[in-house]
Design a protein around this ligand. Structure first.
Ligand code: NDP
Ligand code: GDR
Length: 374
């Protein structure tokens, strides 16, 4: 009998990579997807199996982390060996706009799942993984941050995730549940949501290079992050549930770069060299050199990055740098993909899309470029 996993947030970046990994390992994979007015399964469409296929291993269930009875029914039907709680309102800036909803999904949603497991008497069968975050460290108390570093969350998102972190610890201590927190630092990929800063940058650089956009507007370019690749990080999520004893782990690369450096790296990947000038809200990036033929719409002297204060946050997390020693020692986990390799993969993916879009535009099919921003 193959193991069964239930993934909340299966339609998101991590959920899609984790589903692929678990299917490769022979799991029967169940995922919870939200009802939306447009299709929202793009990241998992390539592994989708409909229920007319034989030996179906991949199942999607409608549900929502705000709906206890729905979660209880799905858990009762699936009886999973492992639950991965990846579902969340995961955008820090948006959490300042929608604090109550963020708390409901990210904090209470975690409690609802744990309670449903307990209510169904699954607490000795079902292992639980919680998607915790480096945002818990917020206003950092020590550098680098490890499992013992005190928390100081700086957004409604981080405060909600802090509740989720402690309720997981509490259910482990109170009911002997195998429940653990992966305290993951930022991780990205070509499947990263378009409004997180790395993807916003790689997508804009690609669009600008093909003449589909003229300027990238960013907030705090001084912010420092420890960026890894989502594929490396979901491997660890699975590893955390294969131990004898449940525990919490920091997952990071141990290296950090600034948002500005990520812009420079991304532009270079598209053959564009940039120079930053000006300070604070007046900072801009100007094109100084173009190499190769990836950026036909850009000229030396063009200003292609500016600051827009609307992307500043009411409280910022200026620097995050993780110490993954415990995960390396106890799980034997090491990240394999560097930030440079990841950036190259993301730019290549977005360039590919932008070039297709530009060809369509040249032939009179002008598809609108989505303007949602955060
Ligand atoms: P995404 O934003 O890409 O995916 C979030 C997923 O949660 C989506 O499938 C989304 O559905 C789903 N979701 C949102 N609201 C609800 C809800 N009310 N009920 C059920 N599902 C919901 O996030 P990532 O894949 O990047 O991250 C996965 C998890 O890891 C999140 O919990 C995030 O907070 C956490 N995390 C992420 C890090 C990162 O750098 N990526 C770092 C540390 C932690 P839909 O597709 O319909 O929007
Ligand atoms: P973060 O990721 O807040 O770290 O949360 P994000 O990519 O949104 O921001 C990283 C840093 O970049 C700065 N920044 C901008 N951010 C966005 N989104 N848009 C901009 O225009 C912009 N300009 C500068 C931000 O201020 C910030 O300092 C991510 C999410 O995946 C969380 O769910 C997860 O828990 C943490 O990573 C770890």
């Amino acid at each position: 009998m193959s193991k069964k996993a239930l993934i909340t947030g299966i339609t998101g970046q991590d959920g899609s990579y984790l589903a692929e990994l678990l299917l490769e390992k022979g799991y029967e994979v169940h995922g919870i997807k939200r009802r939306a007015s447009s299709l929202n399964t793009e990241r998992v469409d390539h592994i989708y199996q409909d229920n007319h296929e034989k030996d179906q291993k991949f199942f999607l269930h409608y549900g929502d982390l705000t709906d206890s009875s729905n979660l209880t029914r799905i858990l009762k039907d699936v009886q999973p060996d492992e639950v991965y709680n990846l579902g969340a309102q995961s955008h820090v800036a948006v959490s300042f706009e929608c604090p109550e909803y963020t708390a409901d999904v990210d904090a209470m949603g975690t409690l609802r799942l744990l309670e449903a497991i307990r209510f169904l008497g699954l607490e000795k069968k079902t292992k639980f993984y919680q998607a915790s975050t480096s945002e818990l460290f917020g206003e950092v108390q020590e550098i680098p941050q490890k499992e013992t570093t005190p928390f100081h969350p700086r957004s409604p998102y981080a405060v909600a995730k802090m509740y989720a972190y402690w309720i997981v610890v509490n259910y482990r201590e109170s009911y002997g549940m195998y429940a653990c927190n992966g305290i993951l630092f930022n991780h990205e990929s070509p499947r990263r949501g378009e409004t997180f800063v790395t993807r916003k940058i790689t997508r804009a650089i690609a669009n600008i290079s093909q003449g589909l956009e003229s300027c990238l507007y960013l907030g705090n370019m001084d912010a420092l992050r420890d960026w890894g690749h989502a594929k490396d990080y979901v491997r660890m999520q699975w590893m955390m549930l294969q131990q004898d004893v449940a525990d919490d782990f920091v997952i990071a690369t141990g290296k950090q770069i600034s948002v500005r450096e990520f812009v420079t790296l991304s532009a270079k990947e598209a053959g564009i060299e940039l120079e930053f000038s000006g300070e604070g809200v007046d900072e801009v990036a100007t094109v100084t050199k173009i190499k190769g033929d990836n950026a036909p719409a850009v000229n030396v002297g063009d200003i292609i990055v500016k600051v827009d204060t609307r992307y500043f946050r009411p409280a910022e997390v200026e620097t995050l740098l993780g110490d993954p020693s415990k995960a390396k020692d106890k799980l034997g986990w090491t990240p394999e993909i560097t930030v440079e390799e990841m950036c190259a993969e993301m730019v290549a993916n977005d360039l590919n899309k932008a070039k297709q879009h530009a060809i369509l535009k040249t032939h009179g099919f002008d598809l609108a470029v989505s303007v949602e921003n955060a």
